[in-house]
Design a binder for this molecule. Sequence first.
Ligand code: DLL
Length: 433
Amino acid sequence: MDRVFNKKRETLPRAKINELQLKQLKQTVHTVYDHVPFYQKRFKELKVTPDDIKTLDDITKLPFTTKDDLRTHSPHGMMATSLENCIELHASSGTTGVPVTVCYTPKDIEVWAEVMARCLSMAGLTKKDIFQNPIPYGTFTGAFGFHYGAQKVGALVIPSGKGQSERQIKLMQYYGTTFVSGVASYMLRLGQVAQELDINPKKLKVRNGLFGAEMFTKGLKQRIMDTWDMDVHDIYGLTEMCGPGVSTDCDQHNGHHLWEDHFLIEIIDPKTLEPVGIEEEGEVVLTTLTKEGMPLLRYRTRDLAKLFDEKVCACGRTHVKHSTIKGRSDDMIIIRGTNIYPGQIESVVMKHDQVGGNWHMVLTTENDVDMMTVEVETKEQLSQLDTMALEEALTKEIQSVIVFTPRIAVLPPSTIPETGLKAKRVIDKRKKE
Ligand code: DLL
């Protein structure tokens, strides 16, 4: 088995994983019951005590935790230990409101480095690699998570940090970067910048990348692979669990292995809050099993995915696999009665070779009717005839996915403004009654 960081842990037999999870779940429940004011109150309201947890299925007796709970109570009302025992703090990027703060003990940082090392190794990182980390170093978890994990693997880390795309390309050229991390849409942008500098991305030494922090479709993945002649893996994570490092897709590319010795996953119906079946899509709910600073029970991520029923993956790992994150339940837009996820539009857009890296959809109200305009940038300036042909093709293909006819605007290269770390795909300017 290659591309593995901790073979013993990553291939634990199912019975052992369940045994370990039950032991750790019991421990976590005891800890929050004894130390976390927020959970003490919730346990009392639900009339549950740690003794009620006898099997893994008993998890359904425990309270959910929501983002709003964290916004109101974190960090102080959610901590299981004093701040004195913590050595680092991070905060969510705040894409959907007030950021949430999480504090880490030394052991939390160790676990984070371990799960990141597993994800990075699964994506092909070795101690021989030159690893470039083009993510802002700050309260966002991205840069530090990758940094700690890559160092644990033993790679040489270039902490290249935020933006400055030309500089990123120059660093790749100068140091011979072989592995890149970050956000997929940014990697595509870097490909464009290299070309603008007259550098063929394929001629650089980059051969592997691990990207996440936002939904990206197979089409976008393929686009990066073709532009750079590199392999691409997808990493999922969120500040509330640790940051990046919760799961990654292995070389089979048919699901993300989630580290079940540190996180317990459930998939629920977001309306009824009941568990859904295997292979059924629902909201990802996560419980931390080894966290000391801010353990969380049944955290409702609002991310949508399904679990796969596979005992042992062809890669040799036994940890459960979930599908690519389809998006957040709050990313779904309803327009003229149709539910649309940005990913559905991206899948169509990315099939067209002439389309560049950036696109978004603008929603407006005209004569009291919702309108959707999909704006796409081209890679290179197109002739009027080619522009019209592309508009026509996109109109037809997007219409077949969303049922009504969208407007399409094909724009020259680099005209859609960048929106920071995570791409903003929906600009909603509709009149709100
Ligand atoms: O985005 C952590 C991260 C950094 C993950 C770098 C991967 C790479 P937050 O800012 O707290 O943390 O945002 C977490 O981002 O709930 C998902 O909605 C979304 N997300 C993260 N990874 C993926 C992914 C980081 N691979 C939120 N696919 C999560 C789809 C993702 N969505």
